[in-house]
Design a protein around this ligand. Structure first.
Ligand code: LHQ
Length: 263
């Protein structure tokens, strides 16, 4: 597969998708959206891929929408930004959160606007110590999109989310970890080794079971406890019918390392 704006490769059950417009801090153009969509579809449909790792080339992770793109330029006829969300950003967030495999993000540098919220939509987020997160939308009269108004208050609570969104401050990776926005801030040189190690580990784990965990935790935010208990019952029933459950129990009983197939 040849791409102009991303790098995409698969190794040891891990698909690695790297945004690759470093001169523009990997901001999104229409072409980049198309290529990311294609890579994510491959990741979703190929059962030998059991984990997705996202990162960026250069000193940025992603600066959100490319503001020089004609489709969003305010000097053209009034743009319809809702259309851009419908076509590009919303399907991307749905694809990441709905992906039935773990999605790891390695934030290598500044993550601004939609770039920040794409990172925060991933399941486990690492960030390099020199990286930062900026809800840059308010600086140009917009609202946090790509799920930001949903994800942020759930990660950090209403008080922090409101200030992050209204002030658009640059939040260093270490502070992002302290706020609970991300899983781990690591030294710059450790970012890709650590994120790749975790991705490779997850690619050997019970993929279907992990998908059920993701579904349950994501659903919990809009469920009552009663609904969640019922969902846990339903998903546990499905998990108990996977081959990996059988393998996990057998391996435990025989005191050996399990070999999970992902189904
Ligand atoms: C960029 C960008 C960029 C183009 C850096 N575009 N070139 C959804 C629906 C539809 C429409 C609207 O938006 C959305 C969602 C969104 O994402 S809205 C938010 C869009 N993003 C932003 O507002 C962030 C804009 N960027 C910045 O504020 C800064 O670049 C940050 C704070 C990220 C980094 O600052 P610096 O480290 O000082 O870097 P820089 O500003 O010098 O940027 C380096 C280059 O990248 C520069 O190009 P140049 O040719 O001058 O070297 C920038 O123009 C370019 N660049 N972000 N979003």
């Amino acid at each position: 597969m040849h791409f102009n704006t991303i790098e995409f490769g698969v190794e040891a059950g891990v698909a690695t998708l790297v945004f690759n417009r470093p001169d523009k801090l990997n901001s999104f153009t229409t072409e980049m959206h198309r290529e990311v969509r294609q890579a994510i579809k491959t990741t979703r449909d190929d059962s030998s891929i059991r984990c997705l790792l996202l990162s960026g080339n250069g000193r940025g992770f992603c600066a959100g929408q490319d503001l020089s793109d004609r489709a969003v330029a305010p000097d053209a006829i009034m743009p319809d930004l809702g259309e851009s969300l419908d076509k590009n950003y919303n399907p991307l967030i749905r694809a990441l959160t709905g992906m039935e495999k773990p999605v790891i993000c390695a934030v290598n540098g500044v993550a601004a606007g939609a770039g920040a919220n794409i990172a925060l939509a991933c399941d486990i987020v690492f960030a390099a110590r020199s990286a930062s997160f900026i809800q840059a939308f308010c600086r140009i009269g917009l609202i946090p999109d790509s799920g930001g108004t949903w994800t942020l208050p759930r990660l950090v609570g209403r008080a922090q989310a409101m200030a992050l969104a209204m002030l658009g401050d640059k939040i260093p990776a270490e502070q992002a970890q302290a706020l609970g926005m991300i899983w781990r801030c690591v030294d710059d040189e450790a970012l890709m080794p650590e994120a790749s190690r975790l991705a490779r580990h997850l690619a050997t784990q019970p993929t279907q079971g992990l998908a059920y965990i993701k579904r349950a935790i994501n659903a919990s935010f809009s469920n009552t406890l009663e609904q969640q208990l019922e969902l846990e019952r339903d998903l546990q029933r499905l998990a108990g019918r996977t081959r990996d459950y059988r393998e996990g129990v057998q391996a435990f009983i025989h005191k050996r390392k399990p070999e999970f197939q992902g189904n």
